[in-house]
Design a protein around this ligand. Sequence first.
Ligand code: ADP
Ligand code: MG
Length: 367
Amino acid sequence: MAEIQLRNLTKRFEDVIAINNVSLETQDQEFLVMLGPSGCGKTTTLRSIAGLEHPQEGDIFIGEKRVNGLSPADRDIAFVFQFYALYPHLTVYDNIAFPLKAAKVAKSDVEERVSSVAQMLRIEHILDRKPSLLSGGEMQRVAIGRSMIRRPTVFLMDEPMSNLDAKLRVEMRSELKRLQQQLGTTAIYVTHDQVEAMSMADRIAIMDHGQLKQIGTPEAVYNQPENLFVAGFMGNPSMNLLPCRFDSAEQQLRLEHTEVAIKLENQHIDLIRPEISDQLVFGIRPERVHLSTTPTTSNLQAKVHLVEPLGSANIVDILLGRDPVGEFVLLRIRTHPTLMLDPGQVVWLHLEQQHIHIFDRATGEAL
Ligand code: ADP
Ligand code: MG
């Protein structure tokens, strides 16, 4: 059963469309990550599910029930906010127990449930402390504990780790994921960090300007982007995206402002309709181009422009040409860190045919 279902959801703030006709559903016990740049509508979507915003159009279902008219308290949802606040005068124990006390749960039950939540979050040793004596990571766990304690059917988390330092974020990533599996609860987790999304999600829903651009497994959104936005957003360094046209006589893609012609196989050629053939974008990920410093059978020969060492890999910019305003047309490649290259050096390139992407420049859609 889908725990959460959005049907044609639209939310406007005066002339801003924060959510633009979004439909999606979570799968049972899924960890769904909603990913997109700042301002794309992630928070508004979560707040709408929680009942804190009221969309003008569309339906929200939790389980079988349409909840549009229900108050937040009647939706059986836990919400962990980006800017969580603990009660400073209460101990960790009382902060976590707070929602149960408010609901008048018996004292012995409260003790048992706080203890079990604290154990899961590994914060049993700090239950007596006040928030002012906690580290950022501990405060975050307490905030999560407080939202878990009611045993909600759905967990909503809005950039819950944005206040933590990088190392702690990596740790909390796997902990949160483990916790969600242990609880067996459906979760929607919002982030603008694609690494977080890739590593935690069962599926990723990618948003831009209020629209859902693609939803799928991390592997699918990375390897089969359905449009230019997703192609450019996922991956660091991002996918090479270069304007091109299709030369039907030669069955080649010609990259604009370069001498580069890329021979295509039938699987790609079959997708190119004549009316769009001179308005295309060629895409390939930096790790799907291989280079050789000695001549190969490849007819794609070019010069190294710049080498950026990252430690675990080098990012090499290859100069393909110059556009009319004098900007460099570059192809970025990820290479092994031990491969030494100098600017100006000639290299031979091999593109993995299976990983070539072609987009319609006008619509941005993948062919
Ligand atoms: P995200 O969480 O992805 O950064 P938000 O959902 O917060 O994005 O915002 C989506 C859009 O809606 C933004 O353009 C934002 O400025 C606008 N918005 C959000 N909340 C309000 C509000 N209460 N009043 C007016 N505009 C808002
Ligand atoms: Mg937000």
